[in-house]
Design a protein. Structure first.
Length: 180
């Protein structure tokens, strides 16, 4: 029988602040950290999610078409449009899967300042203890979901969030490796 003990003082999460260009922000995200045993499975899950053979094939077919097809033939443009549409749809699906994976890794958000549709500023000290706001959320879990949706919908934040979360969850620590 294997006994699992948690090491006292070592938390199963890491906190990080997203990098927002030209903005000093105090926003803190709490992101899951996995044990070495769990890490193997979570990496397999992520890399399976990240690989998309259909998308790669569509890109390869488009590249081949553009290099070898007769551009004077009207069928070329129909086929190109079809492949571009397929690439666009598969790319959107891939992005959604990646964002959903990242959202599922966030445990809480602290010090978020947002505006509602009327321009009213709302400060959320901690999504774990936030009070309901009738028109926005009824529980801390809903608040976290609403904030995550808003943060990932903000182009300036999305890439920073994805990079930070993937680095933490997959234990990549790219910044530390680059410095060393």
């Amino acid at each position: 029988m294997a006994i699992r003990l948690n090491i006292k003082g070592v938390k199963p999460y890491l906190e990080f602040s997203p990098k927002i260009p030209n903005v000093n922000s105090n926003i803190v995200f709490g992101c899951k950290v996995y044990s070495a045993t769990e890490l193997v499975e979570i990496r397999d899950t992520y890399f399976a999610l990240a690989s998309n053979e259909k998308l790669e094939l569509a890109f390869a077919n488009l590249q081949s078409l553009e290099e070898t097809a007769d551009k004077t033939n009207p069928e070329y443009y129909d086929k190109r449009k079809e492949l571009q549409k397929t690439i666009s749809e598969l790319g959107k699906e891939q992005t959604k899967l990646s964002i959903d994976f990242c959202k599922n890794q966030v445990l809480y958000i602290k010090n978020a300042v947002v505006e509602d549709a009327n321009g009213k500023e709302i400060t959320i000290k901690d999504t774990k203890t936030v009070e309901p706001i009738e028109s926005l959320w009824s529980s801390p879990e809903e608040c976290l979901a609403v904030l995550l949706e808003s943060f990932f919908d903000t182009a300036l934040l999305r890439d920073s969030l994805i990079t930070s979360i993937v680095d933490i969850v997959l234990n990549l620590q790219t910044d530390a490796r680059v410095k060393n």
